[in-house]
Design a protein around this ligand. Structure first.
Ligand code: NAP
Ligand code: ZN
Ligand code: ZN
Length: 359
């Protein structure tokens, strides 16, 4: 057992605070990683507030993990001490159902094992995430990370990156397509980067006028303020795809009407409340709504390799872990540019801007 430092929520809606626990000794197939950076996903916030139900406390969130391998088990073949490594949203799955055999562990028929807010499949122990200085994970769920890219910019690729890369690949988005990206946050800014990189014409659909300049810098060809009827003029029947990354309840119908015939609205944002969608908005123009959940391990590696080849990383604001509760508050207001990433070194520093605000 290795004593590990982290930050945890003790119950729903309670600010995160220092928390100590033990990580297991690495088994034969395990990789022990000293965590250097961990991204802050809006899913962390949904879960520490128990907005999706069934949350397990204490909860150490964090599923955008990068660090250096410290030890490996005797049967590990892909990693050695000193290698960079990443862990995303999953640490295990059944490994035998059809989805797992196809490399789509996120759709495991028994349910994938989350990096946190879940129980380890074999031990039944609670799984604790990346807001901590160490993690021990089976190598089948550990990703290789390039030495070429800034590590803090790579961390968010493990969730925000793969969650947008995977559906854009599945729906074969590329040159000749018009794509709307709804919501410019962690997922949204990665969706813009990937859709542009794949050759699509990209329009940013945002509630924040202050993000227009950034949207263009990220590569968006157009920007439309969703609160402005004027800005939305001309977008009816316009897009082949809209990728919806919004975290809060919103009216899907406004955006469905922007899809042309056969257009697809791809939902990746996961607001807690259900949406109301009249069938007519789909029947006319044969529109569809689809969803997509992160991505499998094989595809996550493909995405990381693609990013290394094309120099793609997340735009980040690095924070100390003591700032996590105020970072959550800012995230709730859409004030994120465009991913908070925790410098895990700060776990060793006491009293640095400690913040225990309610959020
Ligand atoms: P985020 O960084 O907080 O970004 C969400 C963005 O949505 C905000 O920046 C804002 O963009 C927009 N927004 C927020 N509130 C809004 C409202 N009331 N109405 C309209 N737009 C609003 O969040 P994230 O980390 O990208 O995550 C986004 C969602 O995806 C979350 O629900 C998260 O749980 C989910 N998620 C899903 C998966 C998956 O596998 N499907 C994976 C990871 C995350 P503007 O300022 O531009 O309007
Ligand atoms: Zn996430
Ligand atoms: Zn499975």
């Amino acid at each position: 057992m290795t004593p590990t430092k982290g930050y945890a929520a003790q119950a729903a809606g309670i600010p995160l605070a220092p928390f100590e626990f033990n990580r297991r000794e690495p088994g034969p197939k395990d990789v022990e990683i000293e965590i250097l950076y961990c991204g802050v996903c809006h899913s962390d916030l949904h879960q520490v507030r128990d907005e999706w139900g069934g949350a397990l406390f204490p909860m150490v969130p964090g599923h955008e993990i990068v660090g250096r391998v410290r030890r490996v088990g005797a049967e590990v073949t892909n990693f050695r001490e000193g290698d960079l490594a990443g862990v995303g949203c999953m640490i295990d799955s059944c490994r035998s159902c059809q989805s797992c055999r196809e490399g789509q562990e996120q759709y495991c028929e028994e349910g994938f094992t989350g990096t946190y807010n879940s129980r380890e499949r074999t031990s039944g122990q609670p799984a604790y995430g990346g807001y901590s200085n160490l993690i021990v994970t089976d190598e089948a769920f550990v990703l290789r990370v390039s030495e070429q890219l800034s590590l803090e910019g790579v961390a968010p690729l493990l969730c925000a990156g793969i969650t947008t890369y995977s559906p854009l690949r599945y729906w074969k988005v590329g040159a000749g397509h018009k794509v709307g990206v709804l919501g410019l946050g962690g997922l949204g800014h990665m969706a813009v980067k990937f859709a542009v990189s794949f050759g699509a014409e990209v329009t940013m659909l945002s509630t924040s006028p202050s993000k227009e300049e950034d949207a263009r810098r990220l590569g968006a060809h157009r920007f439309a303020l969703t609160s402005s009827a004027e800005a939305l003029k001309g977008l009816n029947n316009y897009f082949d795809f809209i990728i919806d990354t919004v975290s809060a309840p919103h009216d899907y119908n406004t955006y469905l009407s922007m899809l042309r015939t056969n257009g697809v609205m791809i939902c990746v944002g996961a607001p807690p409340a259900p949406a109301q969608i009249p069938a007519f908005n789909l029947i006319f123009n044969r529109r569809s709504i689809g969803g997509s959940l992160i991505g499998g391990i094989r595809e996550t590696q493909e995405m990381l390799d693609y990013c290394a080849e094309h120099g793609i990383t997340s735009d980040v604001e690095v924070i100390n872990i003591q700032q996590i509760n105020s970072a959550y508050e800012r995230m709730l207001k859409g004030d994120v540019r465009y991913r908070f990433v925790i410098d895990i070194q700060s776990l060793n520093e006491q009293g640095k801007g400690d913040n225990h605000n309610e959020f």
